[in-house]
Design a protein around this ligand. Structure first.
Ligand SMILES: O=C(CO)COP(=O)(O)O
Length: 256
């Protein structure tokens, strides 16, 4: 069985005080919650603090990050390497988020390179894929997701997806409150899994596919009731301990 993963992408939000408050709240809310992995991806500036706080609390919460670059060391001003992320206890690394694809012109090939680099360093890529509103309206959703996945599959083999996480995030649903219906999301998740199954049924059966885009405590249960939705990548609602924990708990209950 696939273990559900609910991950908070804090994006460009936070301060030392906020990180401390949120982690304290999350630890209290998630104590005793079994059957789900909960992960947080604070801004990279706060990984050190987050690692210390989680360590002190002997927390079960997994630590992640929002991005990685593609060089190990050297003259690459501003870059962050996988080993640096590992040094601070981050294990689950988001790549290919639509905000990076859009605002930083990250191509499918570049994201695939990050994917390979993370695997090489023993980290878990959380690979974001998903279509824009225009692509959705043009009926291109599945083709876009397949193309984004194929950038990895065609260069690294389908087995590269073993142990990785896929996050299906329709761009029009991110931060808009206009979430995909659970049924629509399920249909796309099933298509994504089928696309992988065409290469390997085993890999498809085991890969965790999260839904992301305006996931809230109010709609979480409906997503997790779907057979191919294995968790969520949460933005706005991850900035509040109570709402993030409610989403994680909904996953634990639905997938028990
Ligand atoms: O982009 C997201 C997570 O990566 C989703 O953000 P929201 O939950 O704020 O819509």
């Amino acid at each position: 069985m696939r273990r559900p993963l609910v991950m908070g992408n804090w994006k460009l939000n936070g301060s030392k005080a906020m990180v401390a408050d949120l982690i304290k709240g999350l630890d209290a809310q998630l104590a005793g919650v079994e059957g789900v992995d909960a992960a947080i991806a604070p801004p990279v500036m706060y990984l050190d603090l987050a690692e210390q706080l989680l360590g002190k609390a002997e927390s079960k919460i997994l630590l992640g990050s929002q991005n990685v670059d593609v060089n190990a060391s050297g003259a690459f001003t501003g870059d962050i390497s996988p080993e640096m992320l590992k040094d601070f206890g981050a294990t689950h690394i988001i790549i290919g988020h639509s905000e990076r694809r859009d605002y930083h012109a990250e191509s499918d090939e570049y994201v695939a390179k990050k994917f390979a680099f993370l695997k090489e360093h023993g980290l878990v890529p959380v690979l974001c894929i998903g279509e824009s509103e225009a692509q959705n309206e043009a009926g291109e959703t599945v083709a876009v997701c397949a193309r984004q996945l194929d950038a990895v599959i065609n260069t690294q083999g389908v087995e590269a997806l073993n142990g990785a996480v896929i996050a299906y995030e329709p761009i029009w649903a991110i931060g808009t409150g206009k979430a995909a219906t659970a049924e629509d999301a399920q249909r796309i998740h099933a298509e994504i899994r089928a696309h992988i199954a065409a290469k390997s049924e085993e890999v498809a059966k085991n890969v965790v596919i999260q839904y992301g885009g305006s996931v809230k405590p109010e709609n979480a249960e409906a997503y997790f009731a779907q057979p191919d939705i294995d968790g969520a990548l949460v933005g706005g609602a991850a900035l509040n301990a109570e709402s993030f924990a409610a989403i994680a708990k909904a996953a634990a209950v639905a997938k028990a």
